[in-house]
Design a protein around this ligand. Structure first.
Ligand code: SF4
Ligand code: SF4
Length: 225
């Protein structure tokens, strides 16, 4: 999932200053899972902004709404009927959600309330960890399900740097050495020979460099207009 954190409240307040009728728009997917932009967080932010507005004698009307996914047009069109009522949308979606709303309603300013962070996993309550940087050419098969691009501090593809101590990374002893994990896992299922080949430098053109990446699946087209 995509993780995010709420921006500092002063930064949000500064961005909404020019607007009087604002819709705080939550997203019920990834950002709800990471407790940054779901229904509950949207209600809390809207209430904080209302209270701050009142205390400062500002004439501002903040409504709130949460849709299932801000990054999917099918869900965003739910705003068609209400969008005219607002001067601005304060989006608690990730960067993709903010841009999807902005694309759909070019006349309406869309303000990001969150800082989008990374693709990661929920490890425990209130604990999220990055696990993929979206390289566009997944190598997890070769590395036993542990991504060295994300989890090795030096992004090494051909074995450890040699600085690992007690299974911890030399750069950050709070995290496990990704290469120790890779070797342990491949050993566990008898696939250590996958490390016998030399992995060439990563082809980063699959990640970035030519504008936004796209996935086009003709077999899936037609269901969303
Ligand atoms: S190899 Fe690439 S796609 Fe696979 S987990 Fe790592 S960054 Fe993500
Ligand atoms: S100690 Fe392990 S995780 Fe840290 S940089 Fe070296 S190989 Fe990578």
């Amino acid at each position: 999932m995509i993780t995010a954190e709420q921006k500092p409240i002063d930064e949000i307040r500064e961005m909404i200053v020019p607007y009087k009728r604002i819709l705080a728009l939550g997203c019920g997917s990834c950002v709800a899972e990471c407790a940054a932009g779901g229904e509950k967080e949207t209600a809390m932010l809207a209430s904080t902004l209302r209270m701050a507005g009142k205390m400062n004698g500002e004439d501002v009307d903040i409504s709130e709404k949460t849709i299932d996914r801000q990054c999917v047009k099918e869900f965003v069109i739910q705003l068609d009927d209400v969008i005219d009522q607002y001067d601005a949308i304060l989006s608690l979606g990730c960067g993709a959600g903010v841009q999807a709303i902005a694309d759909m309603y070019p006349e309406v300013p869309v303000i990001p309330a969150l800082n989008t962070e990374f693709i990661g996993e929920t490890k425990d309550q209130g604990y999220w960890v990055e696990s993929c940087i979206g390289c566009g050419d997944c190598m997890l098969y070769f590395f036993g399900g542990v991504c060295p691009l994300t989890r090795c501090s030096k992004q090494l593809l051909n074995g450890p740097c040699g600085g690992s101590m007690d299974g911890k990374c030399e750069v950050n002893p709070e995290v496990p050495c990704a290469w120790q994990l890779i070797i342990d896992r491949l050993t566990n299922f008898g696939a250590l020979d996958r490390l016998e080949m030399i992995y060439p430098p990563k082809d980063w053109s699959k990640k970035q460099g030519a504008g936004p990446r796209k996935i086009i699946r003709e077999d899936q087209q037609g269901s969303i207009s």
